[in-house]
Design a protein around this ligand. Structure first.
Ligand SMILES: [Zn+2]
Ligand SMILES: [Zn+2]
Length: 277
C-alpha cells in the first residue's frame, strides 16, 4: 500500500490547463456525495475551475434516478449559463453486457458510464477467496469484459476498486500489485480490441493515480488503447464541490500519454449516435 500512502501525502496539484469537460460528477442524489452537491453548487464550482462542460453521473443506489434526471433536466434549462450540463449516470456492471439499470429506463440520460469495479466485500464478496490475487484478477477482467456492449458509452475508472485500496477492517485482501501482476496482457489486449470495436471510451480519472502500481498499469493499457483509436473521457468523480474540475495527478498521466483533443470523448458523440439509430 506504499503507493496509496504516497498519493495521500502528496500535495494537491492544481491543474494548469483546466479540464474542459468534467464528465463524472455526483449530485446529492448519490448517497456517497455531500448533501451540498446541488446543481447550482456544481455549476459554481465548475465555472470557478474553468470547466466548460459538466456531466452529472449519479449512481442508481436509491430508487428514483429517472425522476431525478427529469428534475435536473428542468433545472438545467432554468439555470442555463456558461457551463454546459450533461445528464449521465454511473451504472454498475452486474453481468454479461448487463448494467444495474437498463439504459432504456433512463430516458433523459445523455450518456452512461459503466462502473466495473464497485465491490461490496462485506455483504457480497466478489471472489470466493479475498486473499487470492488470481481470483481477483479474473474478476476485474471479467467485469471489464462484461461492460462492453452493455449500453454504456464509457467505462469509469478501469482497474480501480476502492475495496482493494481501502479494505474494510478484519478482511485480508490480496494486495493490488499482486492482483495486477496476475492480469495477463493478451487478455487486456483482447478486451481493448472489443472496447475499440464497440466505440466505447475509457475514463481518465484521479482515482487511477492513487496507487503507483495501478497508475503504471493503466498507463501501459491506455497507451495501447490510444493506438487502437479508443477515446478517453475525463472525469473528476467529484463528490464535493472542491473536487469538481480537478484531475490532479491524472493530468500528468494525460500528458505522458500525449492525449490531444482528438483523443477525447464527448457526450455529443453519444447524442449523435442516438439520432442516427
Ligand atoms: Zn465509480
Ligand atoms: Zn463515481
Amino acid at each position: 500500500m506504499g503507493g496509496l500512502l504516497q498519493a495521500a501525502e502528496a500535495p494537491r496539484i492544481l491543474t494548469q490547463d483546466p479540464m474542459e469537460r468534467d464528465l463524472h460528477v455526483h449530485t446529492f442524489f448519490s448517497p456517497c456525495a455531500e448533501p451540498t452537491m446541488s446543481l447550482s453548487a456544481i455549476l459554481e464550482a465548475a465555472a470557478a475551475a474553468g470547466v466548460a462542460e459538466v456531466g452529472l453521473t449519479d449512481h442508481p443506489h436509491r430508487p428514483g434516478l429517472a425522476r431525478h434526471h427529469r428534475t435536473l433536466d428542468r433545472a438545467r434549462e432554468i439555470q442555463r449559463g456558461p457551463v454546459h450540463v450533461w445528464i449521465g449516470a454511473e451504472l454498475e456492471v452486474v453481468g454479461f453486457r448487463q448494467l444495474a439499470l437498463p439504459v432504456t429506463e433512463l430516458p433523459d440520460v445523455d450518456y452512461v458510464l459503466a462502473a466495473a469495479s464497485h465491490y461490496d466485500v462485506v455483504n457480497a464478496p466478489p471472489v470466493p477467496h479475498l486473499e487470492d490475487p488470481v481470483e481477483w484478477a479474473d474478476r476485474l477482467m471479467t467485469d471489464l469484459e462484461n461492460a462492453v456492449e452493455s449500453g454504456a458509452h464509457a467505462i469509469a475508472h478501469p482497474f480501480y476498486a476502492y475495496a482493494l485500496l481501502c479494505p474494510p477492517s478484519g478482511f485480508r485482501i490480496a494486495p493490488l500489485d499482486d492482483i495486477l501482476a496476475e492480469i495477463r496482457r493478451p487478455r487486456v489486449d483482447r478486451w481493448l480490441e472489443t472496447v475499440a470495436a464497440a466505440g466505447m471510451a475509457l475514463e481518465i480519472s484521479p482515482r487511477l493515480c492513487v496507487h503507483l502500481g495501478l497508475e503504471s498499469f493503466v498507463e501501459e493499457t491506455y497507451r495501447k488503447a490510444r493506438e487502437l483509436g479508443i477515446r478517453f473521457s475525463t472525469g473528476s468523480d467529484a463528490h464535493r464541490p472542491g473536487m469538481v474540475g480537478v484531475l490532479g495527478q491524472a493530468e500528468y498521466l494525460m500528458r505522458r500519454l500525449g492525449v490531444t483533443e482528438r483523443d477525447l470523448w464527448s457526450p455529443t458523440l453519444a447524442c449523435r449516435a442516438r439520432r442516427v439509430s
